[in-house]
Each structure stands twice: as structure tokens, then as C-alpha cells.
Write a protein that binds this ligand. Structure first.
Ligand SMILES: *[C@@H]1O[C@H](CO)[C@@H](O)[C@H](O)[C@H]1NC(C)=O
Ligand SMILES: *[C@@H]1O[C@H](CO)[C@@H](O)[C@H](O)[C@H]1NC(C)=O
Length: 177
């Protein structure tokens, strides 16, 4: 019941915000700059990569990441396009549109959920060599986010491209069952 009430409240609030922009909220230009600055510090705090026996033949892994939001308002991630690697070599590149957008609360974190069928562009065998380093460089990240969303609803759509981030802690899980 509480949950239903909060959902209805969020929906109502989103509709109200959509109908009459709060004069105190930042203009889209300022908002974009603010979000770029914040995400430039680092959107991703951790990456998990799951390999299976099939990975050795199909070069596909499952990835999830932990996103952080250093801002005082909510961010909802609708899609992400990223190139990751090590030492300037690209090991993976993928685009993903979230079926359920990732809602990152103000000053909080959220997990992306599993992103399946991510291709290891150098092939699985060559990629095994980077596992011991336990880090990945995000060479390029483009994200479509909605700033000032409320429980994932509404907000101002922003397209942010060209983020990069070095040495993101990465855990590789080998599922050999
Ligand atoms: C990265 O490059 C440096 C310098 O060329 C080299 O010493 C190091 O082994 C490389 N690391 C990887 C993971 O390729
Ligand atoms: C995500 O993927 C990992 C590794 O394949 C798996 O262990 C886990 O159960 C998956 N989680 C969900 C929610 O599907």
C-alpha cells in the first residue's frame, strides 16, 4: 500500500513537473554541464564480468556495473554505449538500452543489472590475459540519462558522450558449471 502510494505520488509529481517547470530548477544547459561535470568524475565504481565455458567459443560475457550519482538529484540511465579495455587496447565494445532503466538516487548508487551477450572484441583467449589486472579502462562512454527523474519517471533527457574513466575495479567471475 505504501509502495503504491509512493508510485502514485511519483507519477503525480512527474506530471506536475512536466506541466509547470519549477523556476528554481536549473536550465537544461546548466543542467547538462552539471551532469557532465559530475559524471566526468566517474559514473562507474565497479564492473563485474561473468565468463562461462561458452565464452571460450562464442566470446560472449555477461557484464554488470555499479553506477554512482554524486548529484543532489536523481539520474535515470536509459542506455549506454561503451568501449572498454586496458592500456589503449579495446577488449570490449557494446551498446545497451535498458529494458528497465537504471535509477540512481541522489548521492547514491545503483546496479545496472545483467547485460548479456557482450562481445570480447579480442576474443576470449586474448582477454584472459587482462583478468589478473582486476581493472578496466572505460575508453569511451556515451550515456542517455534523464536528470531530475522521480523514481525513474520523467526528468530531463540528456545525451552525454565522450566520458572516460581509467582503472575501474573489475571482478571477473568464472562460472564453469
Ligand atoms: C601496458 O603497457 C605497459 C607499457 O608499455 C606495459 O609495461 C604493460 O605490461 C602493459 N600492460 C598490459 C596489461 O598490457
Ligand atoms: C547475472 O549474471 C550472473 C552471472 O551470469 C548470474 O550469476 C546472476 O544470477 C545473474 N543475475 C540475474 C538477476 O539474472
Amino acid at each position: 500500500m505504501m509502495l503504491l502510494q509512493s508510485c502514485l505520488f511519483a507519477l503525480l509529481a512527474a506530471l506536475l513537473i512536466g506541466a509547470s517547470p519549477n523556476p528554481a530548477s536549473p536550465t537544461p544547459q546548466n543542467l547538462l554541464g552539471e551532469v557532465i561535470d559530475a559524471l566526468g568524475i566517474g559514473l562507474v565504481t565497479h564492473i563485474d564480468v561473468a565468463l562461462t565455458l561458452d565464452t571460450l567459443t562464442n566470446n560472449l560475457v555477461t557484464v554488470d556495473f555499479e553506477a554512482q550519482n554524486p548529484l543532489a538529484f536523481e539520474l535515470t540511465i536509459d542506455s549506454v554505449s561503451t568501449t572498454g579495455g586496458l592500456n589503449g587496447t579495446v577488449y570490449t565494445s557494446f551498446e545497451h538500452k535498458f529494458a528497465r532503466p537504471v535509477v540512481v538516487p541522489p548521492f547514491g548508487q545503483a546496479n545496472s543489472g545483467n547485460i548479456t551477450n557482450v562481445l570480447l572484441t579480442q576474443g576470449a583467449t586474448a582477454s584472459l590475459a587482462i583478468i589478473p589486472f582486476g581493472v578496466l579502462d572505460l575508453i569511451n562512454v556515451d550515456v542517455n540519462v534523464r536528470a531530475l527523474s522521480i523514481f525513474g519517471i520523467g526528468g530531463v533527457p540528456l545525451v552525454i558522450s565522450g566520458l572516460h574513466q581509467a582503472s575501474v575495479p573489475t571482478t571477473y567471475n568464472l562460472d564453469l558449471s
